[in-house]
Design a binder for this molecule. Structure first.
Ligand SMILES: NC(=[NH2+])NCCC[C@H]1O[C@@H](n2cnc3c(N)ncnc32)[C@H](O)[C@@H]1O
Length: 419
């Protein structure tokens, strides 16, 4: 790499902040320093205007100068003032119909909320309801049309709220449903509520971290003995095959058009297997073991601070011999009955249930491993919330494959979602 002296190399290291995640480039990977947006680095030398020599948590390496801004200067102020919740972009996206059409078109999702209302319509009589993040107000309209609550506060932060008011009027529900435009954390209600209902789930259950807004609204507005819908949630995991995806992204380079393109496979692994694959559709036959609930959230006791790091354990006896390409995750949420002893309503986004717009999420290992019946895959999953970008997280999977004595293999991989 061409270098020219641009600064005295023995000057004191200078503090910088990473303004985006590192990129792997033509520079040899072993020379490059890995970092994430928001990391504080120390720049020791600037041998060129493009690549600087920096240190992060005791590890040194080259970093692209354009990815850093000096701590304390105007640019860093931009970073520090850049909204860690990215609310402008987030609520901007919900101000258009695209996402609402996707959610309303998801019959499994929307019908389950309707079923929860219908199953509890008697108990909902004269109750006060808060629908947090009501979007077009469909859940609030279900409540007003299929039951007899005294009031529904439909809270929506995006500009969709003004249309939601029209929909409430259009459907003759303005006596019962009041639309409040604002963030659930900030709106003022005139009273506590008996039921807090919200559709807050994201990929891997918590991505987007709208769940924090639900917990904040619970702590402010749910009366003693009030009900949370969903009442509980589980993240489900399974070791799986993903032959099609592996063939499409990795095996493809073996001999396209009779040529050997295998030198591109490390690049393919970096580009396609470093981040999770959203909207994956796993076939039940791809499951190599019985799926298991690795994380369980109780929406009455869960605290916002608990969201920083959520850990689950797993122990999968292999039920089907095959190729362990990775893990697939999905979630299920439960709506407890308002009647003591009444039936719980479940929304399950897994491969054995009605398809949903969330589909499933696939985490690909770097190298597939053969598994046989009798083997066991044990380990942990850790969801770590991004300390800077508050709607993002990473998923770390640690696994051990226990097979006949001499073949124990273990591995660990961390997947950013997305920063
Ligand atoms: N399942 C999800 N991942 N998203 C589905 C619900 C998202 C809806 O809730 C709204 N919304 C999200 N967070 C908030 C909040 N804190 N306050 C008010 N509305 C919100 C958002 O504008 C959108 O209309």
């Amino acid at each position: 790499m061409e270098t020219e002296k641009t600064e005295k190399e023995d000057a004191a290291p200078q503090p910088y902040v990473a303004i985006r995640d590192d990129r792997k480039s033509s520079l040899s990977l072993c020379l490059q320093l890995s970092f994430s947006s928001g990391d504080a680095l120390l720049v020791h030398a600037k041998p060129s205007s493009v690549w600087w020599w920096a240190e992060l948590r005791g590890v040194t390496g080259y970093v692209p100068a354009s990815y850093l801004c000096q701590s304390g200067d105007a640019e860093e102020d931009d970073i520090s003032t850049e909204d860690p919740w990215q609310d402008e972009e987030y609520f901007g996206s919900y101000g258009t119909l695209r996402l609402h059409l996707e959610m309303l078109s998801d019959k499994s999702r929307t019908d389950t909320y309707r079923r929860a209302v219908v199953s509890n319509s008697i108990s909902l009589t004269n109750k006060v309801v808060m629908d947090l993040g009501c979007g077009t107000g469909v859940i609030s309209l279900f409540c007003a049309q299929l039951a007899r609550p005294s009031l529904v506060y439909a809270v929506e932060a995006s500009s969709m709220a003004e249309y939601t008011r029209q929909l409430v009027k259009q459907n003759g529900c303005e006596e019962v449903v009041t639309v409040l435009q604002g963030r659930g954390e900030e709106v003022e209600l005139p009273e506590k509520v008996d039921l807090l209902v919200s559709e807050w789930m994201g990929n891997c259950l918590v991505f987007e971290f709208m769940v924090e807004s639900v917990l904040s609204a619970r702590d402010r507005w749910l009366r003693e003995g009030g009900v949370m819908w969903p009442s509980s949630a589980v993240l489900v995991l399974v070791p799986c095959q993903a032959h099609d995806y592996f063939a499409e992204k990795m095996a493809f380079w073996e001999c396209p058009y009779g040529l050997d393109f295998t030198p591109l496979q490390p690049l393919a692994q970096q580009e396609f297997f470093t981040k999770p694959k959203f909207s994956h559709v796993i076939e039940p036959s791809d499951c190599l073991a019985d799926p298991c609930n690795v994380i369980c959230l109780n929406m009455y006791t869960l605290q916002i601070k608990d969201l920083e790091e959520i850990t689950g354990q797993f122990n999968f006896p292999v039920e089907t011999s095959g190729t362990f390409h990775g893990f697939t995750a999905w979630f299920a949420v439960y709506f407890e009955s308002l009647e003591v002893g009444g039936a719980t309503v479940e929304l399950n986004t897994g491969p054995h249930s009605e398809p949903t717009h969330w589909k499933q999420t696939l985490f690909m290992l770097d190298k597939p491993v053969s598994l046989n019946v009798g083997d066991c895959v044990t380990g942990t999953i850790v969801l770590r919330r991004n300390p800077v970008w508050r709607r993002h997280m990473s998923v770390t999977l640690d696994w051990n494959i226990i097979s006949d004595a001499d073949k124990c293999q273990s591995g660990t991989k961390t997947f950013p979602m997305w920063r």
